[in-house]
Structure formats: structure tokens, C-alpha cells
Design a protein. Structure first.
Length: 336
């Protein structure tokens, strides 16, 4: 742990010392930060992003990717992206809520009725561009999205019904909506950084967490949490966020290349996601002893549906996007 902390500190100091827009061999260094491992679909997507940029603009730009929170947690990396010390960062929508209230909607439980509807919304680039521009005043803008799967509860004991969550302490993303969701199940919400979850479960600080299946293997949570319940409460994308000054500094030709590279990275990430999930489930079940539980999803859904009206009342900024998503939900189900 000390070695990892030292490496992270060294990397952050390097970024700070070299400053914004540093050059190596006459090339502008483009720094990309994310929290996942080198085998994660998002990293593989970012490798495609790097290769595309360097293939078309290699005489001008060199893309460097920093995985595993080397440059700090998502929130810290967002702040570095605001200043321009980092050019791109992959962040969850929960990390963006404090900068633009519209992003809170993605923490709403059971917002999407199906993965088909979720992807239809996220792949509507023209519509999502309006959402992406909402953080311009904060100095950054989302350029594309990554599929982060369906979030489910997992823990040290089986969670087969909403009643099983009563009294449990569950780690959630640092989002008021996620906190409210867990409280609606009569559980205690424990917002904390993702990197703290393993030790917190191991030491009994928390009883479980909620995330996709890759958390079990890539982040080793399956070593300390042996029950994974498919209650399917959220489909939350990760976002590739760019420093706005950097985007504005690009020529039209360069901007188009970076835009195409971002779209390609999402395409690659989506292809890798399903394969990675099946592999993670196999490893978790057969090598880590994790038991996967199918549960009554509707029972969990009904327990938290009142949060929709509450969130819409408290945050008017999500109203238009909520209506748009509900229309897509109806369309994918063939309803008028």
C-alpha cells in the first residue's frame, strides 16, 4: 500500500511539475486518467482512443493513459482536469452531480426499464450533447460515455429481498440519490471512495456494496463478499471528460479526430463489456466462491419508486431528461 501511495504521489507531482500542455520531442502530451485496471473494458477503449489519435495526429500529440487511480481518485482527477493538469478523465456521473445537477438523474433507481432503453438514450448523440455541455462553466465537458453495466447489491450475507438489507451498512457512490435509495431499504448508506471498499468490507466497517460484476474480480471484492444479488437497481454510465480549454485549443481538423477517437473508444468498450462480464462471473463463481442470486426485482423496485417523485420535486433540472427517458422506455416496450 505504501508503494502504491508513493507511486501515485510521484505521478501527481510529475503532472504538476510538467504543467499544462507540456511537450515531449515537440509533441503535446495528452494525459488521460481513469480508476480501472489495464484489463478493464474502459482501459481497452482508451487504448483505441490513443491509437486513433496518434495514427492521425502522431506528429503533434502523444497520448498517455494513467490507470488504477495513479493520478488520484475520480474526484481529484476531475479537479486536475478542471485546471488542465490532466486533459481527460473517466468519471462516474455521481462525481459530476456537484458541477451540473442534471447528472443526478443517473443515480435515480430503476430509471431505465431495460438495457435496450438505456443504450438508446446514451447513443442518441445529438440529445446527449446538450447534457454534456452543462458542465462548460466548470471548465470541462463530457465527450463520450462508457457502459458501466447494471449495479447490484453484494455482501457478506445473502440479499434475497429488500427486507434482507434492513440494518446492513452498504457502500454507495457519493451521491445523495444513492444514499436515499439505500435508506429506503432501511439500510445505512456509507458513501466512500471506491478504492476503500475492499478493506472496509474485510474489516467489517461495511456489510456490502453495490456495483457491477467486475468489482468482484478486477477489484477483488469477491474475496470478501461472497453473495451477489441481481436486483438491478441502476444503470449508470461512466463519462470521458475533457478539459474545455484543451478542446477549444484544437483546430477543426484536430477536434474531429479527437471526437472520432472518443466514439471509437466507446465502440470498443461496448464490445469488450459483455465478454468481460461473463469472464468475471466465471472467475468469481469458480475461483472465488461467489454465489450469484436471482431475486424478485419488482419487490426492490417498488420499495424505492417513490424516490422518482421526490427527486423530480427537489431537482427541476432533471425533469426534461427524465421525461425523455420515460418516452424511450415506452418506445422500447412498444407502448404509445
Amino acid at each position: 500500500m505504501k508503494k502504491a501511495a508513493a507511486c501515485m504521489l510521484t505521478a501527481v507531482m510529475l503532472v504538476c511539475m510538467t504543467g499544462c500542455g507540456s511537450l515531449t520531442n515537440g509533441k503535446r502530451i495528452v494525459r488521460v486518467s481513469h480508476a480501472q485496471s489495464e484489463t478493464h473494458p474502459e482501459h481497452l477503449g482508451l487504448l483505441a482512443f490513443r491509437d486513433y489519435v496518434e495514427e492521425h495526429l502522431g506528429d503533434r500529440y502523444e497520448v498517455q493513459i494513467f490507470p488504477n487511480e495513479i493520478l488520484g481518485s475520480a474526484q481529484k482527477a476531475i479537479e486536475l482536469t478542471q485546471t488542465g493538469a490532466i486533459d481527460f478523465v473517466v468519471a462516474g456521473t455521481a462525481n459530476l452531480e456537484t458541477f451540473a445537477g442534471v447528472y443526478e438523474i443517473f443515480s435515480m433507481p430503476y430509471l431505465f426499464d431495460s438495457e435496450e432503453g438505456y443504450k438508446a438514450v446514451m447513443q442518441d448523440t445529438d440529445y446527449m450533447e446538450r447534457v454534456y455541455e452543462s458542465t462548460d462553466e466548470a471548465g470541462f465537458r463530457v465527450v463520450t460515455w462508457y457502459h458501466a453495466g447494471t449495479r447490484n447489491f453484494y455482501g457478506k450475507k445473502p440479499i434475497r429481498s429488500p427486507e434482507d438489507l434492513k440494518g446492513m451498512k452498504i457502500r454507495v457512490q457519493q451521491s445523495p440519490a444513492s444514499v436515499a435509495m439505500v435508506k429506503a431499504f432501511d439500510a445505512a448508506a456509507a458513501p466512500m471512495g471506491f478504492g476503500e471498499v475492499y478493506t472496509a468490507i474485510q474489516q467489517g466497517v461495511i456489510d456490502g456494496a453495490e456495483n457491477n460484476e467486475l468489482a468482484l474480480t478486477n477489484n477483488k471484492h469477491g474475496e470478501v463478499a461472497k453473495y451477489y444479488s441481481y436486483n438491478r437497481h441502476q444503470m449508470v454510465p461512466d463519462m470521458l471528460v475533457a478539459n474545455l480549454k484543451f478542446l477549444n485549443s484544437l483546430s477543426p481538423e484536430e477536434y474531429q479526430v479527437f471526437k472520432e477517437a472518443a466514439a471509437l473508444s466507446t465502440e470498443v468498450e461496448l464490445k469488450e463489456w459483455d465478454r468481460s462480464i461473463e469472464e468475471a462471473k466465471d472467475i468469481a463463481a469458480h475461483q472465488m466462491g461467489v454465489e450469484f442470486l436471482e431475486v424478485d426485482v419488482d419487490a426492490f423496485k417498488q420499495a424505492v419508486l417513490p424516490l422518482h417523485a421526490q427527486m423530480l420535486k427537489e431537482n427541476p433540472k432533471i425533469g426534461e431528461l427524465y421525461d425523455h427517458i420515460q418516452a424511450v422506455n415506452r418506445q422500447t416496450k412498444g407502448e404509445p
